[in-house]
Design a binder for this molecule. Structure first.
Ligand code: FAD
Ligand code: EPU
Length: 351
């Protein structure tokens, strides 16, 4: 097992056990111990041992969906396992991918090898292992459209269990791993089934401008990368965790009332009698773009993204988020929920 040593850190100004290089919001928090788990055996051994000893433990992939609210009083286990296995039958390509593979690199691997379907999910930061947890989604595709199975280790028993996609209870930014299996499971591998017959998904936003005749997966990939780069801040330049809030799902009757007052409000049908409201629109139209508390700010190009302007503290981020929740509830009667996971000294907490 590779234990972290100060010389491994990519940033010179980090104290030992700093978590700053391991969270895309770049919050300068620390932990007691940091473990780089590069093989499945190491990952399973260390995480089950800590879990069974009731030691505070945090499993971390790319750190792109976490906000450290305090220094972590235990061990952070970094999932760095690698490996992609490919097989096929007459209809599909099958890929079995280690949890520590980088998501975007995996999308590129698929594209380079002629396995199409995942191109709409290009440039989403993080690891393959974390992707099923909130059922990552963008531009009309969610991982559950192509997920075949998810393998996890049950931390209490050390047993490896494989769930079929239809057992994962996937929903909008949701899955069984945020519910019944919360803090009980470590995802070790994910299986994908990519049909050989490619069906481009071109219904969302900028993709609509692409001519469906003769369109290639590479064209879709390029359009997604270009769109994301123009809207979303690059965490290497400006710390952030992507959308800070989920798009709230409300009764369509409530939405219709709001639409009378705010004719430009953006919402999408989301199942029977429900509407998913664009939280970015709400925050933007509450006049909060650019609103800043300490080093934390509402991004000036995308109001759903909060950013670290350089020296944000956890308190700045939490105070800013709480002010936004309060203002949106006052103005629109809708309570926003955080999308990233709030991590306190001993584990997860709510916003
Ligand atoms: P982490 O942040 O490392 O972990 C997230 C949570 O999962 C934590 O609670 C952690 O304990 C747990 N976890 C991580 N790995 C495992 C594992 N192997 N087993 C068990 N638990 C684990 N998301 C979208 O859905 N769509 C987007 O378009 C999108 N765009 C983004 C853009 C930017 C610029 C950023 C910064 C984020 C964006 N996100 C988006 C959010 C984020 O990229 C995803 O949630 C991603 O899947 C998180 O992966 P990660 O490896 O960084 O997870
Ligand atoms: N909008 C505004 N002002 C803003 C931001 C957005 O008016 O400041 C409006 C836009 O004009 C648009 C609508 O809100 O009409 C939706 O905006 P956008 O298409 O940018 O998408 P989003 O709802 O803000 C969601 C996901 C993203 C995902 C994109 C593309 C959530 C919480 N966020 O963002 O996922 O990449 O759609 O599919 O569902 C993430 O989860 O971290 C993430 C980035």
């Amino acid at each position: 097992m590779a234990f972290w040593t100060p010389k491994d850190t990519p940033m010179q100004d980090c104290s030992p056990y700093s978590l700053k290089p391991y969270n895309t919001f770049a919050l300068a928090r620390s932990c007691r111990e940091l473990v780089h788990a590069t093989t499945n055996e190491q990952l399973i051994e260390v995480s089950c041992r800590l879990y069974q000893a009731h030691e505070p433990m945090l499993i971390l992939g790319g750190g792109s969906n976490v906000i450290f609210c305090a220094d972590f009083a235990g061990t952070v286990v970094l999932v760095e396992t690698k490996g992609i296995e490919v097989s096929a039958d007459a209809e599909n390509h099958y890929l079995s991918v280690a949890a520590g593979e980088n998501w975007h690199d995996f999308v590129c691997f698929c594209l380079d090898n002629g396995f199409s379907g995942l191109e709409n999910l290009a440039l989403i930061p993080g690891t393959v292992g974390a992707a099923p947890i909130q059922n990552i989604g963008a531009y009309g595709v969610e991982i559950n459209d192509f997920c075949d199975w998810v393998e996890y280790v049950e931390l209490q028993s050390g047993k490896l269990i494989r769930l079929r996609a239809d057992e994962c209870e996937f929903g909008y930014r949701d899955s069984i791993f945020k519910r019944q299996l919360l803090e009980k499971a470590l995802i070790t591998r994910v299986g994908f089934k990519l049909p050989k017959q490619w069906l481009p998904k071109l219904e969302y936003g900028p993709l609509k401008a692409i001519n469906v005749a003769g369109v290639t997966p590479r064209q879709v990939f390029d359009c997604i990368c270009e769109t994301r780069q123009s809207k979303l801040p690059d965490p290497k330049v400006l710390g952030n965790a992507g959308s800070f809030f989920k798009n709230p799902v409300v009764d369509s009757t409530q939405f219709d009332v709001l639409a009378e007052i705010y004719p430009n409000i953006v919402g999408y049908p989301h199942g029977l009698g429900k509407t998913k409201v664009a939280a970015g629109w709400l925050i933007d139209n509450a006049g909060l773009k650019g609103f800043k508390i300490g080093g934390a700010a509402v991004h000036d190009k995308q109001a759903l993204v909060l950013v670290n302007t350089g020296d944000a503290t956890s308190k700045d981020v939490l105070t800013l988020a709480a002010s936004i929740v309060e203002k949106i509830e006052q103005q629109f009667g809708i309570r926003l929920e955080a999308e990233p996971r709030m991590i306190d000294a001993n584990g997860e907490r709510s916003l």
